[in-house]
Design a protein around this ligand. Sequence first.
Ligand SMILES: NC(=O)c1ccc[n+]([C@@H]2O[C@H](COP(=O)([O-])OP(=O)(O)OC[C@H]3O[C@@H](n4cnc5c(N)ncnc54)[C@H](OP(=O)(O)O)[C@@H]3O)[C@@H](O)[C@H]2O)c1
Length: 317
Amino acid sequence: MRAVLVREFGPTDEVEVGETEAPLKLGTEVVVDVHAAGMNPIDFKTVIGKGAAKAVEPLLPWIPGGDVAGVVAEAPYEAHDLQPGDAVFGIVNHWRTRGSYAEQAVVPSLALALKPESLSFEQAAAVPCAALTAWDAVVRVAKARAGQRILIHAGAGGVGHFAVQFAKYFGAQVATTVSTRNVDFARSLGADEVIDYTQSRFEDALQKVDVVIDLVGNVADDTGTRSLDVLKHGGLYLNVPTGSWPEYAAAARERGLRSSSVKVESDGSNLGIIGRLIDAGDVHVEVQHIYPLDQVHDAFAELQGGHVRGKLVLKIR
Ligand SMILES: NC(=O)c1ccc[n+]([C@@H]2O[C@H](COP(=O)([O-])OP(=O)(O)OC[C@H]3O[C@@H](n4cnc5c(N)ncnc54)[C@H](OP(=O)(O)O)[C@@H]3O)[C@@H](O)[C@H]2O)c1
C-alpha cells in the first residue's frame, strides 16, 4: 500500500511517500480502507523527534496519523456491528500499529463510529482527535453548563473550534482568543466574547472566569501562566498541550486554583454522539485545506505554521 513513511525522525520535508506492507489486524481491530486522514500537531511533533517519538521508534519506518475516515475492509468477526462496506471514522492507535497517512489502517473497533451522513470522508477525517479532545475538556472534565464562564484559547484551531461549539451547546458563556483574521469566524461559532490576542491582553478583558481551556500553553506569550490571572478562586485550569508547561499544576495550586491536563481518549461512543450533533446541524466542521497524499510536505509546513483555521486533511483515495 502507499503511505507516508518516516524512516528516521527529522525535518518533515524528509518524510517519503512510498510502498509498504499493509498492517496486520489483531483481535477486534478493524481493517479500514482509508479515504482521508486528518492531521494533528502531534503528527509533526513526532516526525521531528518530539511528541511520541520514543514510543514509536520500534515501529520505524513509522506512518504518522491518528485521524481516519474510510470504509471497513475487514470486520473484527462475522456478527460484529461493523461490517465490510460501512463508512466509519475514528482514531488509529498509531503508537502500536502505525498510522492513517496510508491506504489501509487497523483501528480498535471501540475507537470507531459510523461516519456522519452529512460529512464527506475528508470532513469526517477532520473530526476525531480534535473533537474528542474538545469533548473530554469541555464536557467530561469541565462539565460545561449554563451559569459557567469558560475561556478557550485558540478557539479558531482544530480543537478550539469544536470546544467553543460544545461549550455553547451545553449553555456556558464562552470567551475565546484568536488573531484578527479569525474574529468573525469565532463569532460564527457562537463565542460570546472574542479577544483578538494580537490587539489586547486577555487578562485585561476578562476576570472571574470559572474554567480556562488552554490550547496554547506557555509556548506563546506565557499564555498558560497568564491564564491563572483570569480565574476566580477555586476555578479550573485545563492544560491540553501538556509538554508546553509541565509546572502548571504547582503554579495553579499556589493560587488556590484547581488544574489538570487533558489527554484525548479514542472513544468511539462519544465520537458517535459528536457525529449525531454534526448531522443535526448543531456542530460545524471547519476544514481549511485538503491536500493529496503527494503534497504531504506542504501540508506539514502549513500545520507547523501554527495558524490553521479548523483542520487540514490528507486525501488518500
Ligand atoms: N493532550 C492531548 O491529548 C492533545 C490532543 C489534541 C491536541 N493537543 C495539543 O493542543 C494544542 C492545540 O491543538 P490543535 O489541534 O487545536 O492545534 P492547531 O489546530 O494547530 O491550532 C492552531 C490554532 O492556534 C491558534 N493560535 C496560535 N497561537 C495562538 C495564541 N497565542 N493565542 C490564541 N490562539 C493561537 C491559531 O489561531 P490564529 O491563526 O488566529 O492565531 C490557530 O487557529 C497543540 O499543542 C496540540 O498538540 C493535545
